[in-house]
Design a protein. Structure first.
Length: 537
């Protein structure tokens, strides 16, 4: 790798300030940031959700709304060119070709109307990198590079047909398509399990070495930063409070805030389960098959068997952690229990058989069975304020008067560590981590008996993860809520789960109580998952 000196800087950010106008208010999101990104190096930007990490990175390509964004001060140089002064047409020639970006939320960054092949091809066509006959082969090559199994069969797939982790890998393939000089990776491994996370990071590292590519890595996962970043900058409330060589910052942090970030690691264990805890949910032989081929007469001839004969039992106040690689069927199984996907098998909730109920008959149960989705931005209506989003479930289930609901909304926002004064703002005005907390508040407000949490902490930095885990534990103790906790983050699963189920290819590989499974895994696949997680610790 190159030596770090001023002449070697690929990106130079000097005294950058970014201001957003929100009605009559101005929000100073970034305040006087100065950074240099060196050729062939990885610069990590870390800090809490809302600290200005993504705002800084997106300013490099002027991706903020032009009518609401101003830059009171600063310059952003790429190879000596001030990007902030560049006309839009010249910027477009740089975006995706010279400087590329992996966005934090793949579901909202991918076009739901276009196939995967079309979306990856688009950037190759726009920049004229390959002739038409070669584009399809390049798309397949990119999908193989990022670990999509059987890539040719995925070319005609649409984003909704992929798991969260697979969508993230498609985003990475798009960003790498034109072999850019600079890759901005905004939480690139958020939705990935630890084995694929390691593969993707090693892939980016190998391509970086091959192309002498600069990488700006925005992450809340300090274990990833420690292993893959050459330099790092710590942001807090829009300012850089500390920066330097990664090893130096980790070994000798100068600021108390930096020390808190480094020391933050989910720990502890769930409360002990009562001996007489009642069985809340049983699911027997759950299968979810998606038709993939039909014959001339429209009869289905082949299926994708996403979930195969899964059975669980869950008690009141108990947490079942579900882990496994992206596409293993974790989320599909959770959606099947909630009747959000068609399935076969038997499901009983509080002793009542619910699998055969139609949607009208099932509606009264929805108050008791809630879900926090993996992608908070995609699951929150952009047309509704935070207060309206949280109130919606209470209105549907006739909970409280209008004034009662106002106080309940304030209380639940306090519980998830969000300022109640922000309740009249809209989802796009919040960071990814803040949106996740809004999604958790929406589920919690109905005080359900079971919450399915689909990667609920994946968008959160470690300090907030710990707060959310402690919050979930306290709510479980207070209300006896049961959780199905779907996650690729094994340290989080270990801190909150009573039992753990490991899935692969739609089947249970191993299932045991949490302490036993982590201490003495039986199956090779489970051992590999744990080894990949321990690689970072």
């Amino acid at each position: 790798m190159s030596n770090s000196n001023t002449n070697d800087a690929c990106i130079s950010i000097n005294n950058l300030s970014v201001c957003f106008s929100q009605g009559s208010q101005n929000i100073d999101a970034v305040k006087g940031v100065t950074l240099e990104v060196y050729k062939g190096h990885t610069l990590a930007i870390v800090g809490e959700s809302g600290s200005g990490k993504s705002v800084t990175a997106m300013s490099i390509l002027s991706l903020h709304p032009k009518d609401k964004t101003s830059y009171p001060s600063g310059e952003i140089f790429y190879n000596g060119i001030d990007l902030l002064k560049l006309p839009e047409a010249e910027l477009r020639a740089i975006r995706g070709k010279k400087i590329s970006m992996i966005f934090q939320e793949p579901m909202t960054s991918l076009n739901p109307l276009h196939s995967i092949e079309k979306q990856i091809s688009e950037t190759l066509i726009l920049h004229g990198m390959l002739s038409a006959p070669k584009i399809k082969n390049r798309v397949i090559e990119l999908l193989e590079l990022v670990g999509i199994p059987d890539p040719e069969s995925r070319l005609d797939a649409y984003p909704h047909q992929l798991s969260g982790g697979q969508k993230q890998r498609v985003m990475i393939a798009m960003a790498l398509a034109n072999e850019p000089d600079v890759l901005i990776a905004d939480e690139p491994t958020t939705a990935l399990d630890v084995t694929v996370q390691k593969q993707v990071l090693e892939l980016i590292k190998s391509l970086q070495k091959k192309m002498n590519m600069s990488v700006i890595l925005i992450s809340h996962d300090l274990n990833v930063v420690r292993h893959y970043a050459d330099d790092m900058a710590v942001m807090h409330q829009g300012k850089i409070i500390e920066q330097g060589k990664t090893a130096d910052v980790f070994n000798h942090p100068q600021q108390e805030y930096t020390r808190e970030l480094i020391d933050s690691e989910p720990s502890g264990q769930p409360m002990a389960l009562a001996d007489n805890a009642a069985t809340l949910l049983t699911a027997d032989n759950i299968n979810v098959w998606f038709p993939t081929k039909t014959n001339f007469w429209g009869k289905t001839t082949d299926y994708l068997k996403a979930v195969k004969d899964i059975s669980i039992e869950l008690k009141a106040g108990e947490t079942l952690g579900i882990v496994g690689e992206s596409g293993s069927g974790k989320t599909t199984f959770g959606l099947a229990i909630l009747k959000l996907l068609s399935s076969t098998g038997n499901v009983e909730f509080l002793g009542e058989k619910i699998d055969s109920l139609n949607q009208a008959q099932f509606r009264p149960f929805r108050k008791e069975l809630q879900i926090v989705f993996q992608d908070p931005y995609g699951s929150l209506s952009p047309r509704m304020s935070v207060a309206q989003i949280i109130e919606e479930g209470m209105a549907i289930h006739n909970i409280g008067t209008e004034s009662d609901r106002e106080q309940i909304i304030i209380d639940v926002l306090n519980e998830v560590e969000l300022d109640p004064d922000t309740r009249n703002r809209y989802p796009h005005e919040f960071s990814g981590g803040q949106r996740q907390r809004i999604a958790i508040a929406r589920a919690l407000v109905l005080k359900p008996k079971l919450i399915i949490l689909d990667e609920p902490t994946s968008a959160l930095d470690r300090t907030v993860q710990i707060q959310v885990i402690e919050l979930l534990r306290s709510l479980q103790e207070k209300y006896g809520i049961a959780y199905i906790f779907i996650s690729h983050d094994l340290s989080v699963v270990k801190a909150i789960s009573h039992k753990v189920m490991v899935m692969k290819n739609g089947q249970i590989v191993e299932q045991n109580d949490c302490q036993t499974l982590f201490a003495n895994p039986k199956e090779t696949y489970t051992k590999n998952l744990l080894e990949a997680a321990y690689f970072y610790s």
